[in-house]
Ligand binder design. Sequence first.
Ligand code: AHR
Length: 492
Amino acid sequence: MKSNVIINADISKGKINKNIYGQFAEHLGRCIYEGLWVGQDSPIENTEGIRNDVIAALKKLSIPVLRWPGGCFADEYHWKDGIGPKETRKRMVNTHWGGVVENNHFGTHEFFKLCEMLDAEPYICGNVGSGTVQEMSEWVEYMTFGGESPMANLRQANGKEEPWKLKYFGVGNENWGCGGNMRPEYYADLYRRYQTYVRNYGDNRIFRIAGGANVDDYRWTEALMREAGHLMDGLSLHYYTIPGKWEDKRHALGFDEAEWFETMQKSLYMDVLITRHSAIMDRYDPDKRVGLIIDEWGTWFLAEPGTNPGFLYQQNTIRDALVAALHLHIFHSHNDRVQMTNIAQMVNVLQAMILTEGSKMVLTPTYHVFEMFKIHQDAEALSVETASGSYEWDGVSIPQVSVSASKAPSGDIHISLCNTDPNNEAKITTQIRGIESRGEAEGVILAAANMQAHNTFEDPERVKPEAFHGFKKEGGVLEITLPPMSVAVIKL
Ligand code: AHR
């Protein structure tokens, strides 16, 4: 199929907020425990209990922001259980996720250490569902108050003299569901009340994020913006890409082309959701002060056979790489409203960057897309016009290619492209206008021989980026041939 693309290098579409490349780590399955935290006494090499191999790999992604401790876990988490000497920390049951014992060894201090090691901004999600206003307010005081106060004194007694800097704070999670089964008007009132006590101490300024809608619940967005829009900096949105039905999920491996197609189609639905939620937000906030914060997204398949279904551990194929690339392109194109997103989740859960098994770890195809695309972080989005060929399945068609481009502060232009069609290559004539000299071009590509291609502990490099030479450059025109089911980045 043939596609035509025009990149207007002289038309800026604003900055691509680096926080679009954010991540999420919940106390769920083996994300925190085993995936990130192994404890000081582990034979796995660690720094203060945090595993070194995983951190070294994650650092290559330049993760801008990390959301914690949930998810559904956040509305059952009582932060005081996770501070002080480890041996006296309360043990609790993680009722949402597998009914396992949570020993609270990973708490506030450990989370800030993790963020410091990753050089990522912490984004903490507070407990509205089962927590009090006092508990939330004291957590913020514990973390950010610099003077003398009961919570600042407690923090100091636990070995942290100076307060931390905390920018992002979520007031509850999925309050329409696991976070309290509330009606939007009721949650809007609670949001108003709880956020009042999320104080700015000293020069710490908190960006307050209200719990947002599930998928296409526009009534939720409408009520929140109407009742509380003026008291928030961000409003969240959750949408997972789930082929099949929620109650009849499909396998991460062993799927056919019908499921491949449906997965691509459902990824593209993110564009519709953002457009519609943003239209509501525009009515209450025409200056786009309030960010749309998509703090959970990604694929959700059946847990791998033989694993605890409550741990949400799934493999990750070239299909996930396409899902990631399509989403990131959609987020770029809505960078006027979308200020942050957090893929679910960082390690061992849902659409993960990294899978671990004991001391072994493997990088997923999704990891590689985040690594290849990091050049878009905080770069200037360029205007891109795409007339895509189509990928058809069973009488329905979607665009075969998706393209995004940005200009880095160095002047380099990066074009990222993907081909959703698992059978046919894409021929893309790309005209670059609006710049004089374009220099040399070089490329990198993530491709695979079949739809289920993935990395395993035994074969960790089956899907990995390679140098890309499938293009010819003549003056301002690039003739690109993108193999089936691939993601590429070309640098000019
Ligand atoms: O990411 C897994 C779960 O999905 C989160 O805990 C919850 O917020 C959502 O339903």
